[in-house]
Design a protein around this ligand. Structure first.
Ligand code: BGC
Length: 734
């Protein structure tokens, strides 16, 4: 449709219908079979509201959505198609590893392919838009939603966010198999105080701009069609009512011209924040601040008419928002083809097809982080002898994270199935050893895990006997998937107690332990490392869990991940991230210093810093050499190292480039990631790895809030992780 046609259509709509276009409603409220009780009942949605809502979220399935579209279009007075949205954050039915695990791959191309697969399946299932990527910068592992982010680094997050947008949307969201992408949560949601979900965010404008906004911006520049506001207050203003954030920053500075949607109920929540006296006032704040669509709080549909009548909101402003909603529908091609790609046939063909599963497996392998490998116990071989696989994850299908809802959990290949499928010559046994928890647990999604006290002793005994008889033990431990994600912040970031007890008991009878860690966040792993010879973080790997783990354990493939979010020694170190500012009392990382920045009971280091990860081989780095010792704006220089595989197996190293501005008009971070390259080398092989160093890598918000670089001395580091000291100095000239 031309713009003129969209505007013509808007001119024929009643104000009620316009308000309807700005309403998004949960699909549960349309599901005649669903028992609409509890939180849903609370909304008291009317039949009229249902008929004119512009968008529905959280339903899927081609048949269902085609029917729903027919019904809604027949009831909508102008037969305007509905737009269907869903959270597809790590795959639709071919579920791959959680986003934090995608961050660990340091492989944006792979992430783009994964998003493409998710889009194909989601589109076949009738979805038009996914609420992804989440570009929130995360620095505090207590926050449950760190799992949905790609980590603590603005540069990596930006690359990943943009890759996801390209993967979902392609060049044209109308094209078959494409979804519109919604960047969230704008802005600063990851900065919640002490990692408490939905809590206050206080960030200086400099930190907001320098660290938090860039990843959203990259995803927006990649063409994302929607942006979602965040639940939090940012410097005392809830995002859904923050005109400066949504208009000055998002629209004017970042140039975003797509649709802004609130987060679920976030408009109404401004009443709880105490910034609006009632729902109508909340709606007034949100629409005037720039929120186009109200997700599930009914403030627009129930308040806009009155607000227009009172002159508090102009109808022109409403028209602008309606325009953006209709424009999105038009770009998706819904006016010509309201089902878009919904097709039962394609669902059968695409969902969980071999090609999609193969990619899920590949990406899982690339996301596993080998944290420890003492005496090279990994990879396993015939010499590893008999192997006992022990732990609650051995037979568990709960390996898909907390934002995916597989129709059939059995599509997840368990560890046991993966190992049996690989069929190694080693004699393998499998036992659970313990349950996920040592008490009854009610999960946030209503699921109940009953702890069976009677079964516990026999489970433990079976595992101890298996460990006694085995030459090698593989412990499969971690957080239950519902301990992560939204509304799952924790004050402890440990493996559940019962599982730790199991590890200790097993260690008493067998010291040859390899521990796999299932998690959606960095955990305290010092004790686990002491009790194990090898430790590998596997995140929640998704449908190909067992197959990917079997391949990596037995050395058919190498674990490819690097830490995307620092692992602290203790939770007391949170927030914990590598690119901190320099202190006036620097800490040298030991405990025998006085009056220095840090703690008296914990060294100022991370257990596993950002960027860290081992391989099955070893690499050496030469010192960094520079092509020149001066850098000017228009003449970049090159920094090189010679990387050599000095081990005995082929392997892939993630060579990382960090920069540091030694003196600035404001304090600069110790280091900032500005590039990386994955390099695969055979034993004995070497390669010169070169990065171009450009002036823009040194830009920041100076003392006058100008985004610029300042002439002076700088450093560039090239090494295996964020703690590398392999560096060279040069001068940045004006
Ligand atoms: C979450 C969003 C999500 C939305 C829709 C909210 O609770 O914060 O990330 O996209 O629900 O499901």
């Amino acid at each position: 449709m031309t713009d003129a046609k969209i505007k013509e259509l808007i001119s024929t709509l009643s104000l009620e219908e316009k308000a309807g276009q700005l309403l998004q409603v949960s699909g549960l409220l349309y599901d005649d079979d669903a028992l609409v009780t509890g939180t849903m009942d609370y909304f008291k949605i009317t039949e009229d509201e249902k008929k004119i809502a512009g968008s529905v979220l959280s339903v899927s399935g081609a048949e269902k959505l085609k029917k729903l579209q027919d019904k809604l279009m027949s009831e909508q007075p102008h037969h305007i198609p509905n737009v269907f949205m869903l959270d597809i954050i790590n795959g639709y039915e071919t579920i791959y590893q959680v986003p934090l695990g995608q961050g660990a791959t340091f492989n944006p191309e792979l992430t783009e392919k994964l998003a493409e697969v998710a889009a194909k399946e989601g589109a076949a299932a009738g979805i038009h838009c996914t609420f992804s990527p989440m570009c929130d910068l995360v620095r505090d592992a207590r926050w449950g939603r760190v799992m949905e982010s790609t980590g603590e680094d603005p540069y990596l997050n930006g690359l990943m966010g943009a890759a996801m947008v390209r993967g979902y949307q392609g060049d044209d969201i109308k094209a078959k198999g494409r979804l519109a992408s919604c960047v969230k949560h704008f802005a600063g949601y990851g900065g919640a105080e002490a990692g408490r979900d939905y809590d206050t965010v206080e960030l200086s404008e400099r930190t907001l701009r320098e660290s938090y906004l860039p990843a959203y911006k990259e995803a927006i520049d990649a063409g994302a069609k929607l942006v979602m506001t965040s639940f939090n207050t940012l410097n005392q203003i809830p995002s859904s009512g923050n005109k400066w954030l949504l208009k000055d920053v998002l629209r004017n500075e970042m140039g975003f011209d797509g649709m802004v949607i609130s987060d679920y109920g976030a408009v109404k929540e401004m009443v709880n924040h105490g910034i609006a006296k009632d729902d109508t006032a909340a709606g007034e704040l949100a629409i005037n601040a720039g929120v186009d669509m109200d997700m599930m709080s009914f403030c627009y549909i129930r308040g806009l008419l009155e607000l227009v009548a009172e002159g508090k909101v102009s109808e022109e402003l409403i028209d602008e928002s309606v325009y953006r909603v209709l424009k999105l529908k038009d770009e998706l091609g819904l006016f010509e083809n309201p089902y878009k790609d919904a097709s039962e046939e394609d669902e059968k063909k695409l969902i969980l097809c071999d090609e999609h599963r193969a990619l899920a497996k590949q990406s899982a392998v690339e996301s596993f982080i080998l944290l420890e490998n003492k005496e090279n116990v990994l990879p396993l071989s015939e010499e590893s002898g008999s192997i006992a696989f022990i732990g609650p994850f051995v037979d568990s299908h709960k390996v898909y994270g907390s934002w995916t809802f597989p129709k059939d959990e059995k599509t997840m290949v368990t560890i046991r199935q993966g190992i049996e499928g690989l069929n190694p010559k080693n004699n393998c046994t499998f036992s659970q050893g313990c349950q996920f928890f040592t008490k009854n647990v009610k999960c946030k999604n209503g699921e109940r895990l009953e702890y069976d006290i009677l079964k516990a002793p026999a489970m433990l005994e079976e595992a101890i006997n298996a460990a006694k008889k085995a030459d090698t033990v593989v412990m499969c431990l971690g957080e239950y998937h519902q301990q992560t994600g939204e509304a799952a912040s924790r004050t402890e970031i440990r493996i559940p107690k019962g599982q730790m007890k199991l590890l200790k008991k097993i260690n008493e009878v067998n010291k040859n332990i390899i521990t796999l860690i299932f998690t959606g966040r960095p955990l305290e792993l010092e004790e686990v490392s002491e009790l194990s010879k090898a430790v590998m973080v596997t995140w929640y790997p998704g449908v190909e869990t067992g197959n990917a783990i079997a391949d990596v354990l037995f050395g058919k493939q190498e674990p490819g991940g690097r830490v995307p979010m620092s692992f602290p020694y203790t939770v007391g170190q949170e927030p914990c991230y590598y690119n901190r500012f320099r202190s006036g009392r620097p800490n040298n990382g030991t405990l025998d210093q006085g009056f220095v920045m840090g703690y008296i009971d914990q060294i100022d280091k991370m257990l596993y810093p950002f960027g860290y990860g081992k391989t099955y081989t070893e690499f050496s780095y030469s010192p960094v050499t520079l092509s020149a010792d001066k850098l000017t704006g228009n003449a970049p220089i090159k920094a090189s190292v010679t990387l050599k595989n000095v081990g005995e197996r082929p392997g892939t190293e993630t060579v990382q480039l960090y920069v540091q501005d030694l003196y600035g008009s404001v304090v600069r971070p110790k280091k900032q990631l500005k590039g990386f390259e994955k390099v695969t080398l055979n034993p004995g092989e070497e390669k010169v790895v070169t990065f171009e160093i450009t002036e823009d890598m040194f830009r920041f918000y100076d003392i006058n809030m100008n985004f610029t670089s300042e002439p002076g001395d700088c450093r560039v580091f090239v090494g295996p992780d964020s703690e590398t000291e392999n560096c060279a100095y040069f001068t940045l000239e004006a």
